[in-house]
Design a protein around this ligand. Structure first.
Ligand code: CO8
Length: 372
């Protein structure tokens, strides 16, 4: 069974935080912390915090701003995380709400109704709750049929979910799958840590994958293959979870939000990602130089430069490997899907492309597609 991507959709949060705004708030927090702890800092029992800088952020990452669902709580130096209102059990949850928004846009692009969907995969770096599955709430809100389930492979959640969608269609368990990635990274990002406070942004991406023989969209991408790989690493880690209460651990301890060894991740993941893409293309009978466009994971512009250089031997152009992280920052699993969503309209029939994610796990997922 031939499988196609027949539509994508994007939910963009209402608020932007520029690097300037972020750094101003962070540095005010640092000044207050150091003043409040002046005696302990003097005595050497507490380490003074160092300020952040716009120049560092742009040079080290390529990020210029990020979208967030709620802004005031993040920039409030007495809080430094978003302020969300708890919703009742009978209300649509926030993750489902942004997923439904992106899903409706993907359905419209694919020329489908909610009732055409017979499987929903909600895949992202964190779920709002344990159960019922977000996917089942989204399924109901859209009037979709069949089944839904959640999955999480952090940064690679979308590409890994694409493979599950592709396999579901090939095996006959579904005909038309909605794959959706609500990433509310602002709620599990550590805004008080200058090493990572600039990294993430909120967004939601959605994609319709279906049997080629049912697709009516005038913008279709045939899936030629998908390939997944993982290799355990503690270099990106978040220990938040349902065991915390029983372990009597501090819910506000540093290990309960995102943390990473950014340098190590950079060094270790680049060669793995490049080799993965090259191997996958080879298996399908292609060379990297035959690829018209790479929609890569959006964590760091330098990282993508290295990956492309390893693959094709020259520096990437915006045409070969478009970047969206300057405007969206790292959106965990959604990054490569945003890149695909925003940068595929100019490609021609027969053009080859690779959607590839890499990150926490470590995990790498690639999907090779061809414009129909
Ligand atoms: N301002 C000024 N100086 C700073 C700042 C700052 N904000 N932050 C660090 N510095 C300092 C450091 O302290 C260090 O100082 P010194 O040399 O004196 O020790 C110096 O600047 C250099 O620091 P680094 O070595 O850390 O800087 P890098 O050049 O390595 O850049 C990056 C840091 C940008 C983090 C970079 O290493 C990077 O991007 N690495 C790749 C990371 C990556 O791809 N991670 C995957 C992300 S995980 C993911 O995508 C999904 C996970 C799940 C989602 C979670 C959502 C919340």
């Amino acid at each position: 069974t031939s499988v196609v991507i027949s539509g994508t959709g994007l939910y963009q949060p209402p608020h932007v935080i520029t690097n300037e705004e972020l750094v101003a708030s962070f540095n005010a927090y640092v000044a207050k912390f150091n003043a409040d702890h002046a005696a302990e800092i003097e005595a050497g029992t507490v380490a003074a915090l160092s300020p952040s800088s716009v120049e560092f952020i742009e040079k080290a990452s390529g990020i210029k701003q990020r979208y967030v669902i709620e802004k005031e709580g993040i920039l409030d130096i007495h809080r430094m995380h978003p302020r969300f209102e708890e919703r009742g059990d009978d209300q649509l949850s926030l993750m489902a709400e942004i997923a439904v928004d992106a899903a409706k846009k993907a359905l419209a692009a694919a020329g489908k109704q909610g009732s055409d969907v017979d499987a929903v995969i909600c895949s992202s770096a964190n779920m709002q709750r344990a159960y019922p599955a977000m996917a089942i709430e989204i399924q109901q809100a859209l009037g979709a049929k069949g089944y839904g389930f959640d999955m999480n492979v952090a940064c690679s959640a979308a590409t890994f979910a694409m493979e599950q969608a592709i396999n579901a269609i090939r095996s006959g368990s579904a005909k038309c799958v909605l794959m959706v990635n609500p990433e509310i990274t602002s709620a599990h990002q550590e805004w008080k840590d200058r090493d990572c406070h600039f990294i993430f942004g909120d967004v939601c991406t959605a994609m319709i994958l279906e049997r080629a023989d049912t697709a009516t969209s005038n913008d279709q991408w045939e899936v030629l293959g998908s390939q997944l790989a993982t290799q355990f690493s503690n270099n990106i880690r978040n220990n938040f979870g349902f065991m915390n209460r029983s372990e009597d651990s501090d819910p506000n301890a540093r290990d309960k939000t995102f943390r990473q060894e950014g340098r190590k991740v950079f060094k270790e993941v680049v060669p793995v990602a490049a080799a993965h893409i090259e191997g996958h293309l080879k298996q399908l009978g292609f060379e990297p130089t035959q690829v018209r466009r790479f929609w890569l994971h959006q964590a760091n512009s330098g990282m993508n430069q290295f990956v492309i250089r390893k693959l094709v031997g020259s520096d990437p152009t915006a045409d070969l490997a478009p970047l969206i992280l300057d405007t969206y920052a790292n959106t965990a699993s959604a990054g490569s899907i945003i890149a695909f969503h925003e940068h595929h309209g100019d490609l021609k029939q027969g053009d080859l492309g690779v959607i590839c994610s890499f990150g926490a796990g470590y995990s790498v997922g690639s999907v090779v597609v061809r414009k129909r």
